[in-house]
Ligand binder design. Structure first.
Ligand code: NI
Length: 180
């Protein structure tokens, strides 16, 4: 009996240590950065979804800067790259180009906009979950078809989300200009 309780105590301690180790894994740390870039609290300021909180379908589909993708297109594009990261982690060569890179917005409506944001969230959540569980040893593996490794790509995904989040912040300001 006593031995059994000692053993289960030890198992509990070891379980905790294993969990701590997992929480400190590089994958878990990158997953945290991805989560912050997308949902908040990011180091620099507003994350992607924080910027989208007050954006409706009309604002998302507007083109305040004619030569620049609109907010809706940027959200679809960010999801394309979260998905690309997942495919590559799955061992596939994947380089979205053309319409696969910047999908077209068809029939804008409030429901379609909500669906687009929800789909981007789902893809991002899948990526965060996958990256959090990634063994550190995989981070040094080369991305299929690329000269860089997964560590570089996954940090790049967080950078990419915030690069386009910054564009969305500018588009919101441009769209809110008086007289428009
Ligand atoms: Ni991009």
């Amino acid at each position: 009996m006593r031995l059994e309780s000692r053993l289960s105590r030890r198992d509990g301690r070891e379980g905790m240590r294993a969990r701590e180790k997992k929480a400190a894994s590089e994958g878990a740390r990158i997953a945290d950065q991805l989560r912050r870039a997308f949902y908040g609290s990011a180091w620099h300021g507003p994350a992607l979804l924080e910027l989208l909180e007050d954006v409706d379908a009309a604002t998302a589909a507007a083109k305040p800067l004619p030569e620049v993708h609109n907010i809706w297109e940027l959200v679809l594009h960010v999801a394309v790259w979260d998905d690309a990261a997942l495919r590559r982690l799955d061992g596939k060569k994947w380089q979205p180009t053309g319409l696969a890179n910047f999908p077209a917005v068809t029939k804008p409506s409030e429901a379609a906009w909500r669906r687009a944001v929800a789909a981007a969230k789902r893809t991002h959540d899948r990526l965060v979950k996958t990256v959090a569980a990634l063994p550190d040893s995989r981070l040094g593996d080369r991305v299929p078809g690329k000269r860089y490794d997964f560590y570089h790509m996954l940090h790049g995904i967080a950078q990419h989300e915030l690069y386009h989040a910054g564009q969305i912040a500018i588009l919101k300001k441009a769209g809110a200009r008086p007289g428009r």
